[in-house]
Design a protein around this ligand. Structure first.
Ligand code: TXA
Ligand code: MG
Length: 311
């Protein structure tokens, strides 16, 4: 049985919320990518998410909350972490903080860590669902672990439709890349995963950002070298395709598909995953045009490098 794809009206939100409260799994749109939502307080629901995604249980999940106040109840937020939250929530930012004794997010969702990743999403459908359920929802990207993240309801239906209960169709995701993940526990912020909120955005509120993870420490699946992977072989920074290759362009010129013919990085980010999927269906090899290493280009190149890695 394939999960029904529902227009997210009031009735559908009520049905989805009841299903979640009962331990079910619902794919929901967010402004970044589609998430596979489950009740963060219910270890059975969380276990099912790991199973459905074939995700290693040592990779913790993000708890999504309906409001800043609800998020602050779950973890220990320093003044600086609170300032980031007030500036960018609701929005594409995830903060890693120490869990408090009051946290209702179960151990399995946190992979047994004393820390907790939290986010208040900006998408109206995600927000309505969170409000209606009234508990934290974990929501990893709704794709099999390691594969390309979904930015439409059709992507979710194709990847996981036979394994979950409902899909709420909120159209295409406006951002197209997963949230920026910041470890907010120390005196200065640490970047665990790049996203559409860039280093300058973070620094405008809390200076001193450093990159985490190089030394092997905290496990963020977004940091795994091979991630976001298509079946096709990717060749990056290609000025032109070779024979047999599809060409994913950026800026003016001939291309099989173009991330943004006007060279707009936000448009390119929003198109990245869906265009990779489309080319992956028709080609074994994909050449990708150079993307400038500035602004949003940093997050786009990060995803492309992981998608291209064959190690
Ligand atoms: O935009 C997003 O964040 C999407 C939408 C659906 O909200 N969700 C998402 O979830 O990308 P997921 O599970 O695919 O990625 C979660 C990221 C991973 O890099 C994970 O390792 C990191 O957050 N993370 C979660 N808990 C953590 C923790 N306690 N410490 C360090 N990293 C953590
Ligand atoms: Mg993911």
């Amino acid at each position: 049985m394939t999960a029904p794809v529902l227009k997210p009206d009031h009735d559908a939100i009520e049905r989805a919320a009841a299903c979640l409260a009962d331990g079910g799994l619902v794919a929901m749109p967010t402004e970044t990518v589609y998430g596979l939502a489950g009740d963060a307080t219910n270890p059975q629901a969380v276990a099912r998410i790991y199973r459905v995604k074939e995700r290693p249980v040592f990779n913790p999940l993000i708890a999504h909350l309906a409001s800043i106040e609800a998020a602050f109840e779950q973890g220990d937020f320093s003044d600086k972490a609170q300032a980031l939250a007030h500036r960018f929530w609701p929005g594409p930012l995830t903060l890693v903080v120490n869990a408090t004794d009051q946290t209702t997010v179960c151990d399995l969702a946190r992979a047994g860590l004393g820390t907790l990743a939290v986010r208040v999403p900006a998408h109206p459908v995600a927000n309505a669902l969170l409000q209606t359920v009234g508990r934290p929802l974990v929501a990893p990207s709704a794709n099999p672990s390691g594969r390309i993240s979904p930015t439409s309801a059709a992507h979710v239906a194709a990847d996981l439709g036979d394994k979950i209960d409902f899909i709420l169709d909120g159209g295409d995701c406006s951002e197209g890349l997963e949230s920026t993940v910041i470890d907010a526990r120390a005196d200065t912020p640490v970047l665990l995963r790049s996203g559409t909120l860039g280093p300058d955005d973070i620094a405008s509120v809390w200076p001193g950002l450093t990159r985490g993870g190089e030394a092997g420490a905290p496990i963020s699946p977004g940091q795994l070298l091979r991630h976001y992977a298509p079946d096709a072989r990717l060749r990056l920074n290609a000025d032109a395709p070779e024979s047999g290759e599809a060409y994913l362009g950026f800026g003016p010129g001939e291309a099989t598909l173009n991330l943004s013919s006007s060279g707009n990085l936000a448009e390119a980010a929003a198109n990245l995953f869906s265009m990779l999927r489309r080319l992956d269906q028709s080609h074994d090899r994909i050449a990708v045009a150079p993307i400038p290493e500035t602004g949003l280009g940093l997050a786009i190149n990060d995803r492309l490098e992981r998608a291209a890695n064959r190690d």
